[in-house]
Every structure is written in structure tokens, then in C-alpha cells.
Design a protein around this ligand. Structure first.
Ligand SMILES: Cc1cc2nc3c(=O)[nH]c(=O)nc-3n(C[C@H](O)[C@H](O)[C@H](O)COP(=O)(O)OP(=O)(O)OC[C@H]3O[C@@H](n4cnc5c(N)ncnc54)[C@H](O)[C@@H]3O)c2cc1C
Length: 462
């Protein structure tokens, strides 16, 4: 059967589009989920796929789904593999579909839209748009290793989200191939009122409903002016209150990042002004007149001292740097980040209670947070922890204990369990509490679209 399916794929798509070479299979068993990285370090692979396939267009994705559907073979869509929750893990033997050979881009300047294939690389699309005078404004820290399809399927959010929004606000149309191999083309319109919005059924679907092959995304003129601002405040409360007021008045800085005292020290230790304080960095960008008005509002509202924009330059220089994780792991330290969100009225208590809950887990060395995505309604906290498992506990169990402490405290304090990384295979246990009866409904929707459960089986717990 394994050989038959590979033969059929190579017959229909071409021999060079499919591989069952061991090196290729191993390369596609993991993403940036610390658990799967740990499996690799320990040389304990759960499963490997039976083949990796590289389609070049939507027709080929259709053909592939038809073959897999006929053979009841699981399919695991794969973008850049930068997901952090095990979303691409081929837990049952199946075919990994790497979309990276699908990378066409077309810009429609008049309509302020870009049409991009699912496999288009994050850095490439932004650079392409900048060169023709536009920006998409989606700059996740994983800009270099992620893809447009991955962004849509995980509901990604970038560093400039406070102005441009998350990927869901950028979507105008999507094309998706669903089992048993049928393409649905939900074309771009400025707005449409044709029933429940099916485009958004696939946003955040993490490969469980179909393969996204193309999208139409909203773009903006490349900013005419950029202003960098930095502040230090005595308390987190002051910084939170300031940003809430700024956004609720209608100003829209693109980047806003508030660091708690631990993270201020960790990220900005070289600046005297910030020691023992709360640092906030901002970038305001767009048309000059609007930027100037927003900057006035921000300066009027911020409770704290305005400090050198060198802080913003330092952040800009280091913003794609993830060396901490790489430095900690070889020392046996368990390290991860967890992003959640909550409304303003609960934000302060939420921060304190979640941090306390993480710190209560025996072995945790530190727990800290920054906030980097803001709305008039609330805030995303990005918690970081590091710890050494006590002697009788495995790294794996320790990791899961801290996760459980964070997720449980998030739910108990009125937050949502994920702001932008998604669910994958790590957040499944909390989906029932998060979605209430909605989780059952999601499972039913999955069965209707994918009755044989060939699309990324096991992912998201459906
Ligand atoms: C260092 C680092 C920093 C990060 N920073 C951010 C950040 O700032 N903001 C943020 O939002 N995320 C961030 N992430 C998480 C990750 O980069 C995002 O989730 C990203 O959107 C994943 O894109 P990808 O192309 O790598 O998807 P993958 O990891 O390949 O896949 C993710 C999920 O989507 C599914 N999928 C992928 N492509 C398709 C497709 N075409 N059709 C159907 N299903 C598909 C997969 O099956 C999987 O379930 C970061 C990750 C790392 C490692």
C-alpha cells in the first residue's frame, strides 16, 4: 500500500514531487513544539510520514487529496514548520504536503489587495510588497521561517498588529481544497453578506479541514512616516492604563510592547533609565498627518517618563533573535512561551494570578511576561517561563505541569487560552472549557467536511 500510493502520486504529479527518502521523512516529523524538538534530541521519533509531497499548484493538491481519500491515507499540510504546538506532527503514518513550491504573488494596486499562494514565505511577501510601495503589516517574529498558508491556518499575529490587526483582519478571500479533492474558491470582495462567512471557517483551522492553496490579502501603502517612542513607568498598572486610554481614544500605534520588571531587565539591561521600571516601546507609522496626531495623543496620555528612542532601536535590532531558547535547552533548562489574551477590566489581576500560578510549580526559576498585541477591548500577555525539573520528574512532565498551571489560571481568570499560536497538539485538554458546546460543534463540522478523518488527524483534538 505504501509503495502503491507513492507510485500513484509520482505518476500523477511527477517523480520529483514525492520522496520517501529517510532524511526527508525525518525532516518533516517535527516543528518548533519543544516536545517534538525534545523527541529529536533524544532520537525518539513518534512516527515518520510515509512520504513528503511538493505540489506546485492547486490542481496538484486536488489530485493528491483524491489519491489520499481513495486510500484513506492521512494528509498533513506543512507550511514553514515554524508552528510551536506540534500542529504538523504526522501522528498516524500519512503524507506530508509541503506547500512551499506554491509561491506566486500578484499585486492589485487599485484594489489594495495581494493574491498569494499558500507557500509564499513571510519575509518574501513583505519584501516584495515593500518594493512596490506597499506593506501587508504582518511581521511575526517567525517572519523568515513561516508561510502565508501557515499564518492563515494558525491565525497568526505580527509585531505591528495594534495597527494592522491579526491575519484574520487582512483576509479578503481564500482558496481551499477539501476532501475528497474539491477546490472551493471564496473570492475577494470588499464585503459580502452571503450567509455565514465560510472564509473564516478555514482561518485557524490548522490543517484539519482542508489545504489552503491561495489567499487574497488586504495591503496598505508603505508608511510615509515612522516615529519611535519609548517610556518608562513605575508600575505595570500605569503602562497598561496608558495604552488602554490611547487605544480607546482611537489612536493606533503599530507596535506597542510593554515589558514587566523582569523582562525590562532582561531585554534592556544596558540602559540606565529603565532599571527597576516598566519599559514600553512603540512605533507609530502611516500617513504623516495621522501619525503626528497619534503621537500627540500618545504623549498626552502616557503615565511615565519619555526616554531615548535607542530602546526602540535596540528592540528593532534584536526582535528576530530567539537565542535564549537555544542557550537554555542544552543546560537542561525547560523553557517556553505561552500567549493568552484577556479584556482590560481583568488584565491586572490576570497578570498577577497567572504568574503566581506558574511560579507555584516546583522547579520554576522564573516566570515573566510582556504584552505585545493590544485592542480597545483588551490585551495579549506573552508569558515566559524557565525551570529545572525536580529530580523525580521528567522534563516532559515538568513542561506539562507549567503549561497546565498557565492554562488553568488563564481560564479561571477569564482569559482565552491562545492569542495567536493556536491549539496544535499541546492545548487540546483545554478546548472543551474554552469553547464550551462549541468544541462538539467543531468536531461535527470536521466530520461533515472530512468524514474519513484524513486531514491532520488528531490535531486540535477533533
Ligand atoms: C521563533 C518563533 C517565533 C514566532 N513568532 C510568532 C509571532 O510573532 N506571531 C505568531 O502568530 N506566531 C509566531 N510563531 C508561531 C508560528 O510561526 C506561526 O504559527 C506561523 O503562522 C506558522 O506558519 P508556518 O507556515 O510555519 O506553519 P506550519 O508550522 O507549517 O503549520 C502550522 C499549522 O497549520 C497547518 N498548515 C500550514 N499550512 C497550511 C495550509 N496551506 N493549509 C492547511 N493547513 C496548513 C499545519 O498543518 C499546522 O497545523 C513563532 C514561532 C517561532 C518558532
Amino acid at each position: 500500500m505504501t509503495d502503491d500510493i507513492i507510485l500513484e502520486i509520482s505518476k500523477q504529479l511527477g517523480e520529483n514531487r514525492v520522496s520517501s527518502d529517510k532524511k526527508d521523512l525525518l525532516s518533516y516529523t517535527y516543528d518548533f513544539w519543544p516536545i517534538s524538538l525534545h523527541w529529536i534530541l533524544e532520537k525518539k521519533f513518534q512516527t515518520t510520514p510515509l512520504a513528503v509531497v511538493w505540489p506546485e499548484n492547486t490542481d496538484e493538491v486536488e489530485k493528491l487529496l483524491k489519491i489520499c481519500y481513495k486510500n484513506k491515507t492521512p494528509i498533513y499540510p506543512y507550511g514553514g514548520g515554524s508552528g510551536v504546538l506540534g500542529g504538523v506532527t504526522p501522528e498516524k503514518r500519512g503524507v506530508v504536503v509541503d506547500l512551499k513550491k506554491m509561491r506566486n504573488i500578484n499585486v492589485f494596486k487599485d484594489d489594495m489587495l495581494v493574491e498569494a499562494d499558500a507557500g509564499v514565505n513571510g519575509y518574501y511577501i513583505e519584501d516584495f510588497l515593500n518594493n512596490v510601495g506597499f506593506t501587508l503589516g504582518n511581521i511575526p517574529q517567525s517572519l523568515y521561517p513561516s508561510t502565508v498558508g501557515g499564518w492563515i491556518c494558525t491565525k497568526a499575529t505580527g509585531q505591528f498588529s495594534t495597527r494592522y490587526g491579526g491575519i484574520e483582519q487582512m483576509i479578503s478571500g481564500v482558496e481551499v481544497v477539501v476532501p475528497p479533492g474539491r477546490t472551493i474558491n471564496l473570492k475577494p470582495h470588499p464585503r459580502t453578506a452571503t450567509g455565514p462567512d465560510l472564509r473564516f471557517l478555514f482561518v485557524g483551522s490548522e490543517g484539519i479541514l482542508g489545504v489552503i492553496t491561495r489567499a487574497w490579502l488586504k495591503i496598505w501603502p508603505y508608511p510615509e512616516k515612522k516615529v519611535k517612542l519609548a517610556f518608562v513607568s513605575d508600575t505595570l498598572k500605569d503602562a497598561l492604563f496608558s495604552v488602554k486610554k490611547i487605544l480607546q481614544m482611537g489612536a493606533r500605534p503599530a507596535v506597542v510592547r510593554i515589558y514587566d520588571k523582569v523582562e525590562t531587565k532582561r531585554h534592556f539591561y544596558m540602559f540606565d533609565d529603565v532599571f527597576g521600571k516598566i519599559a514600553t516601546v512603540m512605533i507609530v507609522e502611516g500617513v504623516e498627518k495621522i501619525v503626528d496626531a497619534d503621537v500627540d495623543v500618545i504623549k498626552d496620555c502616557f503615565i511615565g517618563k519619555s526616554v531615548s528612542e535607542d530602546l526602540v532601536d535596540h528592540w528593532l535590532k534584536t526582535r528576530f533573535n530567539v537565542k535564549e531558547a537555544a542557550e537554555f535547552v542544552p543546560l537542561g533548562v525547560v523553557f517556553d512561551t505561552i500567549e493568552v489574551a484577556v479584556v482590560w477590566s481583568k488584565a491586572e489581576d490576570f497578570y498577577v494570578n497567572v504568574i503566581n500560578s506558574m511560579k507555584k510549580v516546583k522547579g520554576v526559576l522564573f516566570a515573566s511576561a510582556h504584552a505585545s498585541h493590544f485592542y480597545p477591548q483588551g490585551i495579549c500577555f506573552y508569558f515566559t517561563f524557565a525551570g529545572l525539573p525536580p529530580r523525580n520528574i521528567t522534563h516532559y512532565d515538568f513542561y506539562n505541569k507549567v503549561w497546565a498551571a498557565t492554562m488553568d489560571a488563564t481560564i479561571a481568570n477569564g482569559g482565552t487560552i491562545s492569542h495567536h499560536h493556536g491549539v496544535g497538539r499541546q492545548r487540546i485538554n483545554w478546548m472543551e472549557s474554552e469553547l464550551d458546546g462549541g468544541f462538539d460543534l467543531l468536531k461535527k463540522v470536521k466530520r461533515i467536511i472530512d468524514e474519513d478523518d484524513i486531514m491532520n488527524p488528531g490535531n486540535m483534538g477533533v
